[in-house]
Design a binder for this molecule. Structure first.
Ligand code: HPA
Length: 277
């Protein structure tokens, strides 16, 4: 599938219709995007009623990052119809913002009012430990891109001048902390990648108020808020950010840390999800 062109909402509506045909559901409630290393947590969410390769839905580019399986599952959790996206696509793979947020727009077109975004992140704030899940309280979009660029300012759709004062729902964060009182919160800074940061960049990010650093999530969160969906963000700290320890960063280590934490992450999601729909 070539990179999207034309009306991204029409493409999402077509993907949602193709999805509904395969899940045999006219309505879905919650979407979960499992980021780097979170995919092994999918099985802890329960059996899939069906699993659909994203390539069958149209509008999705082929992901090319090891560790990402391009499919979406339908899982019933506490009476909710949850769409679990196994993997996502990233700007650093050369994809457009529209391609990056296509899954979220498709999920919302399929009826989801709540979007749960997970990712792997480097820990900037001292005390954040590899293997630890952290609720995202806010973000710094340092990708230089927006999924809302170029949208009509005068058409029928929601205004692209989207309010971002509460991207990550305070209500959902409170619910998540009630389920797991040990959950820390932090501000997530997104850079375009794919290279990891320099120690100087990490010092800059810390001064700018970032607790976590990664290469995803923020464009999807913006796209979800533009369409009025509620967002819950969860980072898994896979490493201490560059220059804050004597370790060098290695993508294999990042994924290995995530795999080790997968069971805990799955259990965490399974306790939170029934509450958030
Ligand atoms: N930096 C950016 N992205 C990441 C990191 C990091 O340290 N760890 C996992 N994803």
């Amino acid at each position: 599938m070539p990179e999207q062109s034309g009306d991204p909402f029409a493409v999402a509506a077509a993907s949602a219709a193709a999805l509904a045909e395969r899940t045999r559901q006219t309505q879905h409630d919650v979407a979960v995007v499992l980021g780097s290393g979170w995919a092994p947590a999918a099985d802890a969410l329960g059996p899939a009623e069906c699993e659909v390769p994203l390539a069958e839905l149209g509008g999705f580019p082929e992901p090319r990052v090891p560790g990402h399986v391009p499919a979406v599952r339908l899982v019933r959790i506490g009476g909710l119809r949850v769409l679990v996206f196994l993997g996502r696509v990233h700007l650093y793979e050369g994809h457009s913002p529209a391609a990056v947020v296509h899954g979220v727009r498709t999920a919302i077109a399929a009826g989801c009012a709540t979007i749960v975004l997970s990712n792997a992140a480097g820990g900037i704030r001292s005390g954040l430990q590899p293997g630890q899940p952290v609720l995202i309280s806010d973000h710094l979009n340092l990708t230089g891109q927006s999924p809302l660029t170029g949208l009509s300012l005068t058409g029928d759709g929601p205004s692209p001048f989207t309010d971002l004062t509460e991207v990550y729902s305070a209500r959902l964060r409170t619910l998540a902390r009630e389920r797991d009182p040990e959950l820390a919160e932090g501000v997530y800074a997104a850079l375009p990648g794919p290279q990891y940061e320099t120690p100087a960049e990490i010092r800059m990010l810390r001064t700018a108020g970032a607790d976590l650093v990664g290469m995803s999530t923020v464009l999807e969160a913006i796209a979800a808020r533009h369409l009025g969906a509620q967002v819950l963000g969860l980072s898994l700290v896979t490493n201490v950010a560059a220059g804050l320890s004597d370790q060098k960063l290695d993508h294999g280590d990042v994924l290995a840390t995530a795999r080790t934490a997968a069971a805990r992450l799955g259990a965490l999601l399974a306790t939170i999800l029934p509450e958030v729909g």
